[in-house]
Design a protein around this ligand. Sequence first.
Ligand SMILES: Cc1ncc(COP(=O)(O)O)c(C=O)c1O
Length: 399
Amino acid sequence: MSIVARRMSLIKPSPTVAVATKAKELKAQGHDVIGLGAGEPDFDTPEHIKQAAVKAMAEGKTKYAPPAGIPELREAIAAKFVRDNDLSYDIGQISVSCGGKQTIYNAMMASLNPGDEVIIPAPYWVSYPDITLIAEGKPVVVECPAPSYKMTPDQLEAAITPKTKWLILNSPGNPTGAAYTKADLAALGEVLLRHPQVYVMTDDIYEKIVYDGFVFSTIAQVVPDLYDRTLTLNGLSKAYSMTGWRVGYAAGPLDLIGAMNKIQSQSTTSTSTISQWASVTALNGDHDFIAPNNEIFKRRRDMVVDMLNKADGLACPVPEGAFYVYPSCQGMIGKTTPDGKKLETDTDVVTYLLEAEGVACVQGTAFGLSPCFRISYATSDAALEEACTRIQRACANLG
Ligand SMILES: Cc1ncc(COP(=O)(O)O)c(C=O)c1O
């Protein structure tokens, strides 16, 4: 009999992490590979945030933290919600944990009974279905195709059943960068108000990475009647370039937050105390670095979208935020590679791009909507230009 639990057969390792690891391995073996798989900014953590961590260590703030997070950080988060989102939360309604990922994990473990349904618009961030499955829930995937990549109110209405516990919203989204406007959220909110058993988990981790004057909104702000059944989730990883510090947080109903804290108290206890002090400075401090970072991301987005749309067989919508594009590769499917392989799926397409041109992207099947692939443009302009040139060549070489 295997030592491994049956539940492990329900889930797979993160495919995006797998692509990033494979690209690094190939590079280490001397291959000329450009990795476009990683979902993290290539900017360093701002200096004043690093210095706050150094100061915390020097002051001996190196002990266990309460499972909910240090009160100073929860105060800073409460102030952030007021400042950015017009949302008022008591610090007892806030839970801090080891990244947005663990916050979602805690929320699902704390709320799902076996068979509870979780509506997940696709393309989705890879971890939503697998975390749902670990927590014995049932992912209900709703395909939301290009060009908007957003769920419509009719699609939401059709997906809701008496077993629906959660709708997960992610805006701006990974892998598409698509973002819901205030009007989009109000329309989804109208549907949700008709179904009082459904809670909303809104993953706002890319809130600050938006372009062309897009105004970010979150659903509890737009539809205040949903406040009591919304978990508003965010984190420091993306906008603050703090992926390795492992700080994410959520605010919502007291009973849910209490249950999430209980899980945390029996798993990780808390995220790093030092990271939490650095996050206090990040949230309360100077945010001037965000606009120049976004300028760089926008320049890259524009170049990548333009170059991909010039490639034969690709169609790439222009995303409102985050640092990903998600082109359709429908026009490559059915074509033949120079060494005679027929491209039948988006996995074939990304394998071809890697083998023929050394460009590592993530296949659409990982995100629940095919045939597409994801490119992260959180890498240098030069690498992106070279990667897109290679992708154009790979497309041109198909028969
Ligand atoms: C949509 C989305 N949510 C949550 C996360 C988790 O981020 P972290 O655990 O680093 O806070 C990611 C990271 O890729 C993401 O893309």
